[in-house]
Design a protein around this ligand. Structure first.
Ligand SMILES: [Zn+2]
Length: 296
């Protein structure tokens, strides 16, 4: 029960048995917390060392004697990994590609913010938050994996699973089977459209979500990287939207349409505004070459 103005505005809310979720205003990032007999797992660490420290404080205030033994990063992006540095003593888990790409992706994002440090009111951050991002010292994962891993908390097991490329090539699900809860990182978003950036895989994303749906039932609590927890129907709906994006872009690429045209021609099947899909189109143009042999 802190009233410190620098503290997070939202505490951890229990979304399933001993599984908690907190939302923070900057970039509207969500953080997960899974409690077990032998300590806790924190899922994602926010966008800077300072913000990661706020997560540690928030956990301490709500659960004074809890030991955070593990941290999991859902994917490489700064708003999910830069807080890692604040979790001294915890083992950090992530996909192999997070270890491979953390440094280069951090350079990229720091470059973008250094060029344009202005605040982003719609994304909940200020110039001071950006300064914290720029000052952050990276801490990469201690333990990485290609397809699956587990964290044993004594009385429950948390499983980590990579089932294909989507938002990045290193997205994982964090599953708490005994509580029927799945964290999907930015493979889905509730508070905004899914983010199809220059490192996304629009042609494969929906298939990846279909694979994850194999572990999601009607009663499963699904926690997105941004926004409120959702359910199976929501995941199916967003999966279908992403499939439409992939289908339209693939069709256009294979028909030989120039990229610039693909980025501005409307199509009733596209679920998101065209400007939201510009980077996705570029990804598909790079991935699919109709002249290449054999066709992919
Ligand atoms: Zn992301």
């Amino acid at each position: 029960m802190s009233t410190a103005p620098s503290g997070p505005r939202h505490g951890f809310v229990e979304v399933a048995d001993r599984v908690f979720h907190a939302r923070f205003p900057q970039w509207d990032v969500g953080v997960g917390l899974v409690l077990g007999r032998d300590g806790a797992v924190v899922i994602d660490t926010r966008a800077s060392g300072v913000e990661g420290g706020e997560v540690v404080t928030a956990v301490r205030e709500q659960f004074p004697h809890l030991r955070i033994g593990h941290v999991v990063n859902t994917h490489v992006h700064f708003d999910h990994t830069f807080g890692n540095i604040a979790f001294a003593g915890a083992t950090i888990h992530a996909h192999d590609h997070v270890a491979r790409d953390l440094e280069s992706d951090a350079e990229r994002i720091k470059g973008l913010f250094a060029a344009d440090p202005g605040d982003g009111p719609e994304l909940g951050y200020t110039a001071a938050d950006v300064a914290d991002v720029l000052a952050t010292r990276l801490r990469g994962p201690d333990r990485t994996f290609a397809t699956s891993a587990t964290i044993d908390l004594g009385d429950r097991v948390v499983t980590l699973a990579h089932r294909g490329r989507g938002h990045t090539d290193g997205d994982i699900a964090i599953e708490v089977p005994d509580a029927d809860t799945v964290f999907l990182g930015d493979l889905i978003e509730e508070s905004a459209h899914p983010s199809l950036g220059s490192d996304s895989w629009p042609l494969e994303w929906s298939e990846t979500l279909t694979s994850h749906l194999g572990w999601i039932g009607p009663a499963t609590v699904v926690v997105p990287g941004h926004g409120r927890p959702v359910d199976e129907a929501f995941v199916r709906g967003q999966r279908d939207e992403l499939r439409s994006v992939g289908e339209v872009l693939r069709e256009r690429r294979l028909a030989g349409m120039p990229l610039a045209d693909a980025q501005r021609e409307p199509d009733g099947r596209l679920p998101y505004p065209l400007e939201h899909l510009a980077a996705a189109a570029a990804c598909v143009w790079a991935q699919l070459d109709p002249e290449a042999e054999p066709a992919r």
